[in-house]
Design a protein around this ligand. Sequence first.
Ligand code: FES
Ligand SMILES: [Fe+2]
Length: 390
Amino acid sequence: MALPMFQPETYAATRQPLDRAAPLPHWCYHAPEWYAREVETIFRKEWLCVGRAEQVPRPGDFYTIRLVGEPLLVVRDTAMRVNVLSAVCRHRGAVIAEPVRQAHCEKFVCPYHSWTYGLDGTLLEIPGFPPPMQGVQNFDMAEFGLRRLRSDSWAGFVFVTFDPDAPALAEWLGELPDFLANYRVDEMRFTHRDIYDVECNWKVWLENAFENYHAPTIHQKHMTPGKPQNWTFESGDTFEAMYSQRSIVAFSGLRPLPGLTDKQASGLYHVWLRPSLQIILTSSYMKYRQYLPEGPEKLRLIENWSFPSGTIATAEFQETVGPAYYDKYSEVIREDLTIAPNVQRGMRSGAYRPGRYSLEEHITHKIANYVIDRVVGREGGRRVLGEAAE
Ligand code: FES
Ligand SMILES: [Fe+2]
């Protein structure tokens, strides 16, 4: 490679202000060594959203999720706490629960030798006759519970971090809770999710999701010719947001949320919370997308829906409105599915030389700069997101 991959100067063109900047080089989207550094400096450092607490309403409810290769269990225990546990057995490392969207159990039994764990990860029992661990020296069952990840929640979202030194979640969220306060996100209830496994780097889809420039081409059939969407951009200390009154996902015949400003009631926001959570707030419901990298060229995208409980309670919602929403917007996703693997092939070819951003790609540029900040550092570059220098 002509340029050193981890030197800040290599990314000088992306560091420029938007109207002079160039996108990231191709290797940031497919090189295993770049991806490994992203995992280390981004996904093992930040807080990551694993879902919403109401996805596991009763003790014993759980689901599985994989974060940068690590299989996890999100489970509610008998004390009503939501635990995020490593699903890797403490005996010889089998994964103790098959991938499952939603299930219920009283305890977790490893499929290999049946070590049995409680809902909080405690090792409860090692079944067998004669007792399999009899005679094993210095073995204390209390030391062999499932590893519990550091987790916390905000407004119903459950977050985890692999970093024991990460700041408290409330501090890490910065101004975001205030920015979204009127939407009463804590009162939203999860109703549905779709999971997509896509052959692309996580940034290919994330960057796409935060620019509307592609919409007249990729989402042509949802657009009204001659009526541009006129997105505007807002920033907080920890997030970026874009607002429009004409988004293709804004359609809503549902009752608006009480307490919104006129602006909030007449449009919608897409919010990017680094590294990879997208929250979409309309005047009557919320969507959120989790971007879960599975490798340099593999993405698991989880598209989630939440509505106010008053809305969900109506028969009309259950029978027609809810399914109509899921259906309509999975169509939008399917359209994006046509382009993301295409872009990935272009990046993987190595032939790409960075072009230029349009001014509509404001947040795409912010995402690229955030990634450079984390992966190669900030020396010689301007800061984004207003964080203090490390
Ligand atoms: S690996 Fe789980 S019980 Fe042996
Ligand atoms: Fe799109």
